[in-house]
Design a protein around this ligand. Structure first.
Ligand SMILES: *Cc1c(COP(=O)(O)O)cnc(C)c1O
Length: 376
């Protein structure tokens, strides 16, 4: 069964990396709202492998989706469903990328969109996108968790279609990150798949994707999920330490705004994903995140802060000996470098080992010559 299905998936129309898997995502989809999305590159960079300390490291760059994050994979399915369900307006709470994505897809579907974002805590690129794509952007005086509570109330009281990460169709779409990765490497599963974790919706989606891939015979061996949180926003990592005995909530604070979440909405599903894949959850400091980002950026690849947590987490597990030097590891880079220009600028103009600050000069060749000598 697995072999035949693999062949079918390898030969169907690949215009969209999500709808290519339509029978396993949302069957009977005659009309889809697609950008198209997915088909993101899986690449290797020696500098990043060396930094993490593993020889076989693949970077799956979800920042290469149309609005610059993996959120597009779920949003194409959720907005397709909203249209099918006859929605007259859509809404979401967001740390930024979900609102950028919903804004783009709602606009394509001709649906008005409301996005709720936490005041002062959304990266510039993401906020700019939500406004540019035409969503009504509501800046909420509160954190992400407050935005989500409000969005949920609005959904039930005002009859607006909710496209949050708890929307099951978004998780269906996000499963394709894993399947596409497997297809790209000839349906051989890596030993580990590392990803940043905030609301842990993506962690849940990965667990479901691997469960289904195994059941369908697409893969023989299930990779272990490594979910990585920022130490200032690590309720799920704390839960893992206690064997998930209880649900943990914290007040979240981190430079990685995409994972600045204190009360992960998909907790139970993500716990199942970690348990079923013998997964691990770790936290890394903001300094570790920004240093890993600097290495990924300087390799010419680039990503937003949260994405770099995946590589930082692999480095930590490698140092602890839990990941072997020859283990095959895939890191998901969840968002694009240009999403958060301020974080990058602050890092490079600050006192950091890998900082690459711009240099002010007089408009003279001699000045440039002096600088050139320091580069050679
Ligand atoms: C949404 C997002 C995450 C976190 O995903 P969750 O499903 O909330 O755990 C990580 N990185 C980026 C860039 C994101 O946009």
């Amino acid at each position: 069964m697995g072999q035949a299905l693999r062949q079918l998936l390898d030969t169907t129309d690949r215009t969209s990396g999500v709808w290519r898997f339509s029978t396993l995502v949302m069957p009977a989809n005659d009309k889809v709202v697609s950008w198209p999305e997915g088909n993101t590159p899986a690449i290797t960079r020696a500098a990043v492998s060396a930094y993490a300390g593993v020889n076989n490291l693949v970077l799956k760059h979800e920042g290469m989706n149309p609005t610059g994050s993996f959120k597009d994979r779920g949003m194409t399915v959720a907005v397709t469903h909203a249209v099918r369900a006859g929605a007259t307006a859509v809404a979401c709470a967001s740390t930024g990328n979900t609102s950028a994505s919903l804004a783009a897809y709602a606009s394509q579907a001709g649906l008005p969109a409301l996005v709720f974002v936490p005041k002062g805590k959304v990266a510039t690129g993401k906020l700019a996108q939500a406004m540019a794509y035409g969503a009504r952007t509501l800046i909420v005086d509160g954190d992400f968790d407050a935005c989500l509570a409000l969005a949920r109330e609005v959904g039930s009281e005002l009859g607006v279609y909710l496209a949050n990460s708890v929307n099951p169709w978004r998780l269906e779409g996000q499963k394709t990150i894993v399947w596409e990765l497997m297809a790209e490497v000839g349906w051989t599963a890596p030993d580990w798949i590392a990803l940043p974790a905030g609301a842990v919706g993506n962690t849940s989606a990965f667990g479901k994707a691997l469960r289904e891939a195994k059941a369908l015979g697409l893969i023989d061996q299930v990779p272990r999920i490594l979910a990585v949180q920022a130490s200032g926003a690590a309720p799920f990592a704390q839960g893992f330490e206690n064997g998930f005995a209880e649900r943990v909530k914290v007040h979240a604070e981190t430079v990685a705004t995409a994972i600045r979440i204190g009360d992960p909405a998909s907790w139970d599903r993500a716990v199942r994903a970690i348990r079923e894949t013998h997964g691990v959850v770790v936290s890394v400091t903001d300094a570790e995140i920004m240093e890993a980002k600097a290495v990924i950026d300087a390799s010419g690849v680039g990503c937003e802060p949260a994405s770099a947590a995946s590589v930082a987490g692999v480095k930590v597990l490698r140092a602890r000996g839990m990941i072997g030097a020859d283990d095959r590891v895939a890191c998901i880079l969840t968002g694009h470098l240009l999403k958060d220009p301020d974080a990058t600028h602050t890092f490079h103009t600050g006192q950091n080992r890998l900082a690459n600050a711009p240099v002010a000069i007089e408009p003279k060749v001699s000045e440039v010559e002096r600088i050139l000598k320091t580069l050679r």
